[in-house]
Design a protein around this ligand. Structure first.
Ligand SMILES: [Zn+2]
Length: 133
């Protein structure tokens, strides 16, 4: 049928729509159409070919072949010499502590110098500091 001719005849279009509508209701009762679509999808499935992995030679470490690799080997001798001395511990073994006498209770204590704010003769121990006085 000619669509351009149909455009000039709206009544025929309406008839056609009605006809198509009736056709549509008919096809809905037919399960065959959907089954055909399903089988088509299955037919298009193809097993994928496994790809070959790319050559590993491209990713090899080229640095190993470079002369710079052996350039600083002598440094290891220095490292061995240095290792004779024990590594410096991260935490300081002893904080510089001083002995102070509490001006309240008279008890002597060793405290780190960093904790002394007011001077040794004005020191108050923890116990007396928490108490009033
Ligand atoms: Zn005290």
């Amino acid at each position: 049928m000619d669509i351009n001719k149909l455009k000039q005849d709206p009544e025929k279009i309406q008839q056609l729509i009605d006809l198509l509508g009736s056709l549509l209701s008919d096809t809905e009762q037919e399960p065959e159409t959907t089954q055909k679509k399903r089988t088509k999808k299955k037919a298009t499935k193809k097993p994928r070919a496994t790809r070959k992995k790319p050559d590993k030679q491209e990713s090899t470490n080229k640095f190993l072949d470079m002369p710079e690799m052996n350039m600083h080997k002598e440094d290891s001798k220095i490292d061995e010499k240095l290792q004779q001395f024990p590594p410096t511990p991260r935490s300081r073994p002893s904080v510089e502590s001083i002995s102070v006498r509490c001006r309240i209770c008279g008890r002597e204590e060793n405290i780190s110098q960093g904790l002394l704010f007011e001077g040794a003769n004005r020191y108050k121990c923890n116990k007396c500091s928490t108490q009033s006085g």
